[in-house]
Design a protein. Structure first.
Length: 364
């Protein structure tokens, strides 16, 4: 595609997108969330090894960075603990766990026709930036590439600070050099999901938080206590949402139950299934996770030989779901700015899961 052709396409796309925004599918107000309360059971009543489970909680506390653990088995809250002055009402910054919430919002928007297709080009929503790039490959970046971390930009360690400290997160992200053709390589880049947040806003006519409240969070009975915005006014897609650890577990229950909660289908089952299929990887080992790979903004793999999928956040935030065990493990941790320190904290949590929490749920 020539620059002239790009200019013509950008003008046409601008008209098309503006027309779509004038008629958003979503309408209505956003009521106050009614808190959800778990039904409590004991580990023994749900067939768990209480001694092993208690040892796991002790091991987690000794790590020093774990602030909360919530265990859900067979749909019941069987054990929870809070450390370092936190309580069940304490909202925690969940960092990149936010990406899995964003995944749900995105596939809902696609299923409702607000985003036309998962293969919709990203520049349909940002035609004003189409001419700033001399790399025509960027014009082929799609929503799917953002959701699978395959846009072709370098990963967070090389790009995060460049974008975060810029005055225009959208333009700076789209202006990053490509290190791979879109759709060919996995590189974990948080600002790709910020583009996705902006697309949800542009496609629906609502802020990403208002949209998420309307189609997801309110019906789940959970509240996003706080969410940072970027300099352009879009919510920070893929980062820095705040939830209680119980609320994190509630979101895990939604995906364990194939997108349905309390008899309501919030996320279409077909999209849940698609989200939890490998889009890349599957042959990596990290911490106690084997066969690690990526779906649509969910990590996939096995822990202690058991298939699982997990929302994973910087420094040790987890919503880890084991479908075969009907088990959910939600973990909140203190944050740390260092990449390597965060990595050590995350790996340590996976080891506690593998050594204690998952074995405690195994059938006797």
């Amino acid at each position: 595609m020539t620059i002239k052709t790009a200019m013509q396409s950008a003008a046409l796309l601008s008209l098309m997108v503006t027309g779509c925004r004038n008629n958003p599918v979503t309408t209505g107000v956003f009521p106050t969330t009614t808190p959800f309360e778990w039904t409590v059971s004991t580990p023994a009543e749900q067939g768990m090894d209480e001694t092993l489970l208690e040892s796991g909680f002790d091991a987690a506390e000794v790590l020093g960075h774990v602030e909360a653990i919530v265990i859900i088995k067979n749909g019941f809250l069987v054990k929870e603990a809070y450390f370092h002055g936190t309580t069940r009402e304490t909202p925690h910054v969940v960092h990149s766990v936010s990406k899995s919430f964003l995944s749900a919002a995105a596939v809902i928007a696609i299923s409702r026709g607000e985003i036309p297709d998962i293969n919709t080009p990203v520049f349909d929503y940002f035609p004003q930036y189409a001419l700033q790039t001399m790399d025509e490959r960027k014009l082929s970046i799609t929503v799917k590439h953002l959701m699978t971390m395959q846009a072709g930009f370098a990963g967070d360690r090389d790009t995060y600070g460049i974008v975060y400290y810029s005055k225009d997160w959208i333009g700076t992200t789209l202006g990053l050099p490509l290190i791979a053709d879109p759709g060919t390589e996995f590189h974990y880049n948080t600002f790709e999901t910020h583009l996705l947040s902006a697309i949800i806003t542009e496609a629906t006519g609502f802020s990403t938080l208002d949209y998420m409240n309307n189609v997801l969070l309110y019906d789940l009975g959970i509240t996003c206590d706080h969410w940072q915005k970027g300099p352009g006014g879009y919510y920070f897609g893929g980062n820095n949402m705040y939830f209680t650890t119980r609320d994190m577990a509630r979101f895990g229950q939604l995906y364990l139950d194939n997108g349905s909660i309390d008899g309501r289908q919030l996320v279409p089952e077909a999209w849940v299934n698609a989200s939890l299929q490998y889009s890349s990887g599957g042959d990596r080992n990290w911490g106690a996770i084997t066969e690690m790979g990526y779906g649509y903004l969910w990590w996939l793999g096995k822990i202690a030989g058991r298939r699982m999928f997990t929302a994973l956040g910087h420094a040790g935030q987890f919503i880890t779901v084991f479908p075969d065990l009907d088990l959910i493990i939600a973990v909140s941790s203190t944050t740390t700015p260092g990449w390597d320190d965060a990595d050590r904290q995350e790996r340590a949590v996976t080891e506690v899961m593998a050594q204690y929490l998952v074995p405690a749920a195994e059938p006797s």
